[in-house]
Design a protein around this ligand. Structure first.
Ligand code: BJ8
Length: 381
């Protein structure tokens, strides 16, 4: 749907980034792998280390993971674990990212991830940040801050570099710049018709924690400038918001189905969407406290209660003038699956139709999902 030159450059950025990290390694710079938004990038970069996201969105490593893990757990966890333990013997190309990280920085969120991290420690040193699960209490903030202080110490130990207040402030400003660019990109999607397809935006968001902030900023600036200079053609298509589980690199299945059936995705309430950039870090406060305050508020379903997420969904639906919401859950992701009921109720009261889709990474249900999306599009058109 979208036809922007800068998107072509983004596609070829994978090799460039791998080359960059491999050069950094030769010069002694450390790299860490992450799986979740709760890990503050700013602390990693302030230690002069690099980071790459390791979340799996591909189906081909799932059968490898199933040699170690139960079948009935979330495909994101299986795909990630499969990529890491894959030695190439099954014919699937091993993941270049994983072999480049010196440490994994994990977080205690859902049960599947927590238990996977215990196993990952056998393959690469894995540091786990513990998270309080009732985020709105002062005790939770205090505890999370103490966990971030420990993590800061771990990064200093890994790199041998002291993390100074000045360096943290610099990284906070830099990460806020990325967030502001993503806000500008999303602002342009408020046009009707939207100038860019949701699949294209998803592919950018999937690279958000893979590229370095400087590379990402460069790509975003080019894309935004192209988008600002075109008037979108065509007529109104049903404006859809996706809400739910993250869609890591390799997984565009449901977004593609929606857009192939005539809808246009104008917002994603997910970790490969607004949850990753909507809130800024306060640049005027003590940097560690500001980071703790910002990151503890991420409305992930692992938190309880998580009513902030419902408020965000309603606000986004209004701001982006959506005609309907597709609630997307990965199989066996109990948190997002159960929260579906609260979201459905809130959307119903707001008069916004919702379609719930629970799926995995395989293609076996593409046709079936297509039929349901078809019917939903007719309803919201
Ligand atoms: S902040 S959503 S990235 S934990 S989909 S593995 S929750 S069973 S990825 Fe997540 Fe951080 Fe939360 Fe975001 Fe578990 Fe659910 Fe699988 Fe999930």
């Amino acid at each position: 749907m979208s036809n922007f030159k800068s998107l072509e450059n983004l596609k070829s950025s994978y090799k460039e980034r791998i080359r960059q990290v491999s050069d950094e390694k030769k010069s002694g710079k450390k790299s860490v792998g992450t799986f979740c938004l709760f890990v503050p990038d700013e602390i990693i970069f302030a230690a002069d280390a690099d980071r790459m996201i390791l979340c799996g969105g591909k189906n081909d490593t799932i059968s490898i993971a199933e040699q170690y893990l139960p079948r009935n757990i979330c495909p994101l966890v299986k795909s990630s674990f499969g990529s890491i333990v894959n030695d190439g013997s099954s014919g699937v190309k091993p993941c270049s990212q994983f072999s480049m990280v010196d440490m994994i920085v994990a977080e205690n969120t859902c049960d599947s991830k927590k238990k996977m991290y215990e196993l990952l420690d056998n393959y690469v040193p894995t540091y786990v940040i513990d998270l309080p699960q009732r985020p709105d209490t002062s005790e939770a903030l205090e505890y999370f801050l103490s966990e971030l202080e420990k993590f800061k110490g771990a990064m200093e130990q890994l790199t041998g570099n002291k993390i100074t207040t000045e360096r943290l402030k610099k990284e906070i400003i830099s990460s806020n710049e990325v967030r502001k660019l993503l806000h500008r990109l999303y602002e342009l999607r408020k046009k009707d018709p939207s100038p860019i397809s949701g699949v294209d935006v998803l592919k950018i968001l999937q690279k958000q924690y893979f590229l370095s902030p400087d590379m990402l900023k460069e790509h975003l600036r080019m894309l935004i400038s192209e988008m600002e200079n075109v008037e979108p053609e065509g007529s109104h298509s049903p404006r859809i918001m996706i809400s739910g589980c993250p869609m890591p690199g390799g997984n565009t299945k449901v977004s593609e189905i929606i857009e192939n059936k005539g809808g246009v995705i104008v917002a994603e309430e997910s970790c490969t969407g607004t949850r990753s950039f909507w809130d800024m870090v306060d640049e005027d406060k003590d940097p560690m406290l500001a980071l703790a305050e910002r990151y503890i508020k991420i409305p992930c379903s692992c938190m309880s209660p998580n009513d902030r997420r419902i408020d965000n969904i309603l606000e986004l639906a209004r701001e982006f003038k959506v005609d309907g919401v597709v609630y997307y859950t990965l199989q066996f992701c109990h948190g997002y699956n159960i929260e579906k009921h609260k979201v459905h109720q809130a959307l119903k009261e707001a008069g916004i139709p919702m379609l719930a889709i629970e799926t995995d990474y395989s293609d076996s249900d593409v046709e079936h999902i297509g039929l349901r999306v078809d019917a939903f599009m007719e309803m919201v058109a």
